[in-house]
Write a protein that binds this ligand. Structure first.
Ligand SMILES: Cc1cc2nc3c(=O)[nH]c(=O)nc-3n(C[C@H](O)[C@H](O)[C@H](O)COP(=O)(O)OP(=O)(O)OC[C@H]3O[C@@H](n4cnc5c(N)ncnc54)[C@H](O)[C@@H]3O)c2cc1C
Length: 391
C-alpha cells in the first residue's frame, strides 16, 4: 500500500524506491524491485513508446537478464532482425566480415529491435510486476533529508526511502546532486530509421568515414537503423554522405544526442544509486550499453531490497559497487580500443587492414564483445532471481 502524506495541496506518496528514468536501466531496476515486493515508483520524462538514439542492437549478454525477467519470448515476439555477422569497413572501402554466434537456442544470438518496442515492453514489465509508472513526468528538484523528496514539473511531489538515477547520460539526478562530470561535447550522434536497402542482409555494418563513423543494422523486414557519429562541424557532411548512399527523404527526421562519452559517476551513495548510462557512458561502437543498463538495474534492485529490509546498508552498497565494477571488468579496454579507432578513422582503417591479414584479431575482439556466456557476477544470481517464463 502507498501511504499518503499531505503536503500543501497535493498528496505526497511514499515509496520504498523511486527510479528516475524508464529506459532499460530504470525499467529493469523497477521490475526487479517490484517483483521483490518493494513499493516502486518510476518517473519518466517521455510518453512511451518513444524512439531513442541507439543502434538498436541487443548484445547476447542481455538474454540471461531478460530471462530472469521472464521476457525472452516476448522480446523475440517483437518485430526484430537476427544478426549473423559484423562487417568492418575502412575509409578506403576495405572490408572484414566477422561471423556472429547465430545462437542455438535462438536467444543466445545478437538481434536488433527498435527501442520504441523494446523499452516499452520493459516498462510494461515493470508495471505488471507492480511498479507505479508516471510518464510525462520530469524530475526537477531533489531534497535529501534521510529519505528523498522528489519534485516534478507536473507539480506533484513524491517521497521515497531510496532513489535510483536511471536518467541517462545527461542525468538530471547527477546534475542536481552536483555529481555530473563536465561533458566533453566532442562528438554528436544522429540516428534515423530509413528504408532497408535491397540485399542488405543480416549484418551490422560498422563503417569508418573521414568525418567519423556510421553504424547500420536492419531492425525488421523493411527498416534500417542508421547511426552517424561525428563532431559538430562534420555532422552535416556525414548527413550528406548518408543522403548519397541510402534512400533518405529530404525531410527525414533525425534524432540526435551528445555527449558520446563522459567520466563515470560513482554508482553507490548512501541511499542514491546510479545505473546504466547515468553511471557510466560507454563508446556506442561496441553496442553494449543496453546490457550494462539491464544488468546494473538488476544489481541495484538487489542492493535496495537488502537496504529496505534492514540489512547492513554499507555492506549492501559495497557489494553493489563491487558487482557493478565486475560487470565492466575485462571489457573496458575493448571499449577504449574501439574509441581510439573511431576517434581516428585512420587508426580504425589500419586496424581493418591488419585484420585483413590476420582475421583472428577482429574475431577475438568481436567474440569478447558478443560472448553470450553469463558473466562471473551473474552466475549466483541466475538461480536466485530466475522468474519462470510467463509464456
Ligand atoms: C549512437 C548510439 C548507438 C548506440 N547503439 C547501441 C547498440 O546498438 N546496442 C546497445 O546495447 N547500446 C547502444 N547504445 C547505448 C545505449 O543506447 C544506452 O547505453 C542505453 O540506452 C542506456 O540505457 P539507460 O536506461 O541507462 O538510459 P536511457 O535509455 O537514456 O534512458 C533514460 C531515460 O530517462 C528519462 N529521463 C531523462 N531525464 C529525466 C528526468 N529529468 N526526469 C524523468 N525522466 C528522465 C529519459 O526520457 C529516458 O527514457 C548506443 C548509444 C548511442 C549514442
Amino acid at each position: 500500500m502507498i501511504s499518503r502524506l499531505h503536503h500543501s495541496n497535493t498528496p505526497m506518496q511514499t515509496f520504498d524506491v523511486a527510479i528516475v528514468g524508464g529506459g532499460p536501466a530504470g525499467s529493469s531496476c523497477a521490475a526487479f524491485c517490484a517483483l521483490a515486493g518493494l513499493r516502486t515508483l518510476v518517473l519518466e520524462r517521455e510518453r512511451f513508446p518513444r524512439e531513442k538514439v541507439c543502434g538498436d542492437c541487443l548484445n547476447p549478454s542481455c538474454w540471461p537478464v531478460l530471462k530472469r525477467l521472464a521476457l525472452t519470448r516476448r522480446v523475440l515476439d517483437l518485430p526484430h532482425s537476427k544478426l549473423t555477422s559484423v562487417e568492418f569497413i575502412a575509409i578506403n572501402g576495405h572490408k572484414v566480415i566477422v561471423d556472429l554466434t547465430t545462437g542455438d537456442p535462438p536467444e543466445a544470438g545478437e538481434i536488433s529491435v527498435k527501442r520504441s518496442l523494446f523499452d516499452d515492453l520493459l516498462l510494461r514489465r515493470a508495471r505488471e510486476g507492480g511498479a507505479l509508472v508516471r510518464e510525462k513526468t520530469i524530475v526537477t528538484a531533489l531534497e535529501h533529508n534521510g529519505d528523498w523528496k522528489i519534485a516534478t514539473a507536473t507539480g506533484e511531489d513524491f517521497h521515497a526511502r531510496a532513489l535510483v538515477a536511471a536518467d541517462g547520460r545527461n542525468s538530471t539526478v547527477a546534475r542536481l546532486r552536483n555529481l555530473l562530470p563536465r561533458p566533453t561535447r566532442e562528438r554528436v550522434a544522429l540516428q534515423a530509421h530509413i528504408p532497408l536497402p535491397q540485399n542488405f542482409g543480416k549484418r551490422i555494418a560498422l563503417q569508418s568515414l573521414r568525418e567519423g563513423y556510421s553504424g547500420q543494422a536492419p531492425v525488421n523486414k523493411t527498416e534500417l537503423n542508421l547511426c552517424l557519429v561525428g563532431t559538430p562541424p562534420t555532422i552535416s557532411r556525414l548527413r550528406q554522405w548518408a543522403q548519397s548512399h541510402f534512400e533518405i527523404a529530404v525531410d527525414q527526421p533525425w534524432r540526435t544526442i551528445t555527449p558520446l562519452t563522459r567520466a563515470p559517476v560513482p554508482c553507490a551513495h548512501e541511499n542514491l544509486l546510479f545505473i546504466g548510462d547515468a553511471a557510466r557512458v560507454v563508446e556506442p561502437f561496441t553496442g553494449e550499453g543496453i546490457y550494462y543498463a539491464l544488468r546494473s538495474g538488476e544489481l541495484a534492485a538487489g542492493a535496495i531490497a537488502k537496504i529496505i529490509r534492514g540489512k547492513d546498508r554499507q555492506l549492501a552498497l559495497r557489494e553493489f559497487a563491487r558487482d557493478s565494477a565486475e560487470m565492466y571488468q575485462g571489457r573496458l579496454w575493448i571499449n577504449r580500443l574501439a574509441r581510439a579507432a573511431v576517434l581516428s578513422p585512420r587508426i580504425g582503417s589500419l586496424f581493418v587492414h591488419a585484420a585483413k591479414i590476420n582475421p583472428a584479431i577482429l574475431k577475438l575482439l568481436t567474440a569478447k564483445v558478443v560472448s553470450p556466456k553469463s558473466r562471473h557476477s551473474e552466475r549466483s544470481e541466475v538461480k536466485r532471481n530466475e522468474v519462470e517464463e510467463s509464456r
